[in-house]
Design a protein. Structure first.
Length: 610
């Protein structure tokens, strides 16, 4: 009798231990500590032991399995539907309302991924409604709000998305789920990035990254990648490339070839923008041996290569890629892809002197830019308003918790008050957005006209008035500080002969090419300007004569050692260099520089006279 009782006791203990192990394994999968590969291995182990003696464990395993399917893979649709039917039956037998809501949330997520947004939204709202009535279902309530927030964000309904994420965050905070809270912070950071409020995006994403370092490496590098994109969008390329490089080993470790290739192309693209062409080439070469199947990643590879070729002035190869793009112009491109293609098209047209194509590309780019300007003006204010509302509501929640005796009454009053606050807020936001848009347009036009008044139309450097003003201010500042200031006057040799032989269009190309080498060899604190047809002035503040002489020699040698324009003709320049004397008037300093220039020409041209 004792042996029989002991055997039954051992069996019960075994079943109890197994049941606890199943629950713990499912919790591990949801904890955020496992990578996707580790989670899949644990899921496979749980599936091999189906069915379990506990109906609840069987239902639990089948429910969590739902999240492992790829909704956008057509081959998985039948298998997913079979699993949903099977899991529903298991949940019904186990009589678990929690698992029923979990499965409905997962099903809504897959419907959203398949493009069935309306059905997914309705199902998610049903889960939220059902779980909001029971305090024990706060995790289900939070997860459903997370999915609903993603749906709203994909539709551009940022305010609704923000509110859904806020509800999810508060519920996860109530349960102490720091991993899930970090995921919500990442989603809120994405909203601020979409709304072009990069300061708030950086704040939320950095908080998410700091939290995710305690969990699996994949979620960490996903959040870091989003932050890098935010830096890139606001033009902070150095920070962006630093973050992309920091996650490259992890991406290579966990992603397939296309995931790794995308990051390599992204780093190469930024290096091209920074004119670090050798660095860019190394990243392009790294991706060469990877297997790329999707048309999207092939386009990214081609457009990045095309941008590199343009920078290297390998125009014939770049034009071949342009023809390939034109053949696929019927395909639907994202706004970013279309913008990159149009920028490439415009740059190629400039290099090829195809002014008609340049104008067409510029016109399309302006359409995109005008649309983005309006979105940025509208959305930045909305982003700040949402962040302010969240802080206000968090303070209100804290106050209500401290006054627990009158909590219900205060909540009712707050809800009634909120209706009028929202109505007033929406009216105020509308008025602010209209005023902001008008102000932005006025500022934009003013800045544009100011820029046009100070820049040379052909070369985009300072015009005669602007460079003379800069020269005057630089000399006066040098007098005040007691520092040196030098002037370089440059004139293209035999320029009239170029115009007479090849025409004014080629002459303009020679001028543009000359300016490129002038700008390449001066510092950001220096200023170059066009003072006449083929004559240029460079002002070098805080610069002694010896250094100015070195700069002038580099400019002369660079121009002499290359061919210019699409006809590959040779060109040289004559240069005069002076250091401004103490107390010397700007006009007198320019006269001495001109005298040195004439001396260089009289000495046979292609000379620097100091």
């Amino acid at each position: 009798m004792f042996k029989l009782f002991f055997g039954v006791f051992c069996c019960l203990l075994c079943f109890g231990t197994l049941a606890n192990a199943v629950k713990e394994d499912v919790e591990k999968i949801l904890s955020g500590h496992l990578t996707s590969g580790q989670s899949r291995e644990l899921m496979d182990k749980l599936e091999r032991n189906l069915p379990y003696s506990s109906l609840l464990d069987t239902a639990r395993v089948k429910t969590v399995k739902c999240w492992f399917y790829d909704s956008q893979n057509d081959k998985n649709h039948i298998a997913l539907n079979d699993l949903l039917t099977d899991a529903n039956q298991a949940i019904k037998k186990a009589d678990s309302p929690k698992l029923k809501l979990d499965l409905e949330t997962c099903q809504a997520f897959h419907l959203y991924q398949q493009g069935k947004v309306s059905t997914a939204t309705s199902m998610t709202k049903n889960v939220i409604s059902a779980s909001s009535k029971n305090p024990e279902l706060y995790y289900q309530y939070a997860t459903a709000n997370l999915i609903l927030g993603r749906i709203f964000r994909s539709q551009g309904s940022y305010q609704q998305a923000f509110l859904a994420f806020q509800q999810a965050y508060n519920s996860f905070e109530q349960g102490g789920f720091s991993y899930d809270k970090a995921l919500i912070l990442k989603e809120i950071g994405l909203i601020h990035a979409d709304l072009h409020n990069f300061l708030l995006a950086e704040e939320q994403l950095q908080r998410a990254i700091n939290e995710l370092t305690n969990y699996n490496e994949q979620e960490w590098y996903i959040a870091t990648d989003i932050l890098a994109q935010a830096y890139e969008a606001q033009g902070n390329y150095q920070k962006a490339i630093m973050l992309y490089n920091s996650i490259l080993p992890a991406v290579t470790k966990y992603e397939d070839d296309e995931g790794s290739a995308y990051l390599l192309f992204k780093i190469a693209q930024i290096n091209i923008q920074l004119n670090e062409l050798q660095e860019a080439k190394q990243y392009l070469n790294q991706a060469r041996d990877l297997t790329l199947n999707s048309e999207w990643i092939k386009f990214i590879q081609s457009i990045t290569t095309a941008e590199w070729l343009i920078k290297k002035s390998r125009l014939d190869e770049a034009e071949l890629l342009y023809l390939d793009f034109e053949q696929n112009s019927s395909q639907v491109w994202s706004v970013d892809s279309l913008t990159r293609f149009l920028e490439f098209k415009r740059e190629l047209a400039v290099q090829k002197s195809n002014y008609q194509q340049e104008a067409l590309a510029q016109r399309e780019l302006l359409k995109i830019a005008d649309k983005k300007v309006q979105e940025i003006a509208d959305n930045t204010l909305l982003s700040q308003r949402l962040a302010f509302d969240w802080d206000q509501q968090k303070r209100e929640i804290t106050r209500l918790k401290e006054s627990s005796e009158v909590k219900e009454q205060l909540l009712n009053l707050a809800n009634e008050k909120a209706f009028w606050q929202i109505a007033s807020l929406l009216f105020s936001i509308g008025l602010i957005l209209i005023l902001a848009y008008i102000t932005y347009k006025q500022t934009q036009h003013k800045q544009r006209f100011k820029t046009l008044a100070l820049k040379d139309e052909l070369t985009d450097i300072a015009n005669r008035r602007a460079i003379f003003a800069f020269k005057y201010n630089a000399i006066k500042k040098s007098e005040f500080l007691g520092s040196a200031c030098s002037l370089i006057v440059i004139d293209i040799d035999h320029f009239k002969q170029v115009n007479d032989t090849y025409g004014h269009d080629i002459g303009d190309e020679v001028i543009i090419s000359t300016v490129k080498f002038i700008e390449k060899n001066i510092r950001q604190t220096d200023c170059a300007g066009r003072v006449g047809g083929e004559e240029f002035l460079v002002v070098l503040p805080n610069t002694a004569l010896s250094f100015a002489h070195e700069v002038a020699q580099r400019i002369r040698e660079n121009i002499e050692n290359v061919t210019h324009t699409s006809l590959h003709i040779k060109s040289t320049v004559s240069i005069g260099v002076v250091e401004v004397k103490a107390g010397e008037a700007p006009k007198d300093a320019s006269r001495r520089a001109d005298e040195k220039l004439y001396a260089a020409k009289n000495a046979g041209r292609n000379k620097v006279m100091v």
